[in-house]
Design a protein around this ligand. Structure first.
Ligand code: GDD
Ligand code: MN
Length: 387
């Protein structure tokens, strides 16, 4: 509650003497967003270092923690109790670096926002140089790049990750026409109002927030790059795993097609295609082993295939909202029902097309596509509800 308003206004003196108007406290000039997942031990160190690097600047630190089991959010709160410039958003039921960064950048009024890792792999002494660039007014976005000037990535990288990083950088630059030398960098500073404007177009999934911003900016951003050396982590371990490759492909496709192609649907169809192979194998196995009727065998193979599709869609297509435990069992049951209806509509549509033009392959494809669209749309609405 505002300290200038008496808690019990009825008992306040009615003498006409009003309390002085509160002095407005302007927003800080720069907010440093620290996305965290299990960074309890690193946080006090990085916060202290940022404070030193930005001494003389009106700064703020916003920790965006995805409910880390190690209690990072509680550490941030304790730091904030001693220094109100340190704030924390604790997100529950959500995970993802890009989403955390976006939420942080939208959670401040500062003129400039910086995003940096909390594990000390990023050199905080660069913040001041970044800020100066933006203050000059000729730059919208300053990126700390490992691949410009004497920048480097030695300390923080395994050889295989270095290769993957360079390969994906080349691909992103070619496909999305992003001019940055290091669009995968997780360390940058930008005018906040620009992020505000493009926020609805940014993807909350994956790691590649900078690439997303650069691609969404369509070459309109005035960019500067500063060399930096990607250091080694202080405590804990990296959260990047093989799934970020999927996230990356998703972002490329979405941006390349101007959001016209849904990567989820593409994945859904790929899983469905793998299901065709599973169907044939299970049919063949039953055919050679059992004496049941063909219809029973086909029914069992269909059941197995739908279960297969469910497991793989749950693991990949909907990896960001994976169902576990009871939810998994319930989802499997729903998916079996939905896809059974999908199979019926597949046959219905196919025979309709066939009766019309007698081309078996057009009829077959039409039916399969119809079934896939139905399965996708209905399972998105009922099984994985957050899309
Ligand atoms: N809130 C939140 N949610 N934070 C996360 C999550 C998440 O799901 N995953 C990771 N973080 C935080 C970490 O706690 C750390 O502060 C920062 O994001 C970077 O995560 P790391 O797990 O240390 O990533 P990295 O070192 O492997 O990758 C870094 O370098 C890459 C360069 O190739 C990141 O800066 C990447 O963005 C960058 O692309
Ligand atoms: Mn790291």
């Amino acid at each position: 509650m505002d300290q200038n308003i008496p808690a019990d206004s009825a008992s306040a003196p009615k003498s006409g003497v009003t309390a002085p108007a509160p002095t407005p406290v302007p927003a800080p000039e720069v907010t440093v967003i620290l996305p965290t997942f299990n960074e309890r031990d690193n946080l006090p160190v990085i916060v202290e270092r940022i404070g030193r690097a930005l001494s003389g600047v009106d700064w703020e630190i916003l920790v965006v923690d995805d409910n880390s089991p190690d209690g990072t959010a509680a550490v941030a709160r304790t730091l904030g109790q001693h220094d109100r410039r340190i704030r924390c958003i604790r997100r529950v039921g959500r995970r993802g670096l890009a989403g955390a960064c976006i939420e942080g950048m939208l959670g401040t009024q500062a003129a400039y926002v910086a995003v940096m890792d909390a594990d000390l792999q990023h050199d905080e002494t660069l913040l001041m140089a970044m800020l100066r660039k933006l203050r000059d007014g000729a730059t919208d976005l300053v990126v700390a790049s490992r691949y410009v000037g004497d920048g480097a990535a030695q300390g923080g990288f395994s050889a295989s990750r270095a290769r993957a990083s360079q390969w994906s950088t080349a691909l992103a630059r070619r496909l999305l026409k992003v001019e940055l030398t290091d669009p995968m960098s997780g360390f940058f500073m930008i005018r906040r109002e620009l992020v505000d404007a493009m926020a609805p177009k940014l993807s909350t999934q994956g790691f590649k927030i900078l690439l997303d911003i650069a691609a969404t900016g369509h070459g309109q951003l005035r960019v500067a790059e500063l060399p930096f050396t990607f250091g080694a982590r202080l405590h804990g371990e990296s959260k990047l795993d093989a799934r970020v490759a999927l996230d990356f492909a998703q972002l490329l496709l979405a941006k390349y097609s101007n959001d016209a192609i849904s990567f989820r649907f593409v994945l859904f169809c790929l899983v469905g295609l793998s299901g065709v192979a599973v169907h044939m194998v299970s049919l063949y196995a039953q055919h050679t082993m059992t004496v049941s009727s063909f219809n029973t065998q086909q029914g069992i193979a269909t059941f197995i295939t739908i279960a297969w599709n469910f497991i793989f869609n749950n693991a990949f297509t909907y990896r960001d909202q994976r169902l576990t435990g009871w939810e998994f069992a319930k989802g499997l049951l729903e998916f079996e029902l939905i896809c059974a209806v999908g199979a019926i509509s597949n046959v219905g549509i196919a025979s309709l097309i066939y009766s019309d033009n007698n081309l078996w392959w057009i009829a077959g494809l039409g039916g399969a596509l119809m079934g896939a669209v139905w399965n996708y749309a209905v399972s998105a609405a009922f099984v994985w509800r957050r899309h």
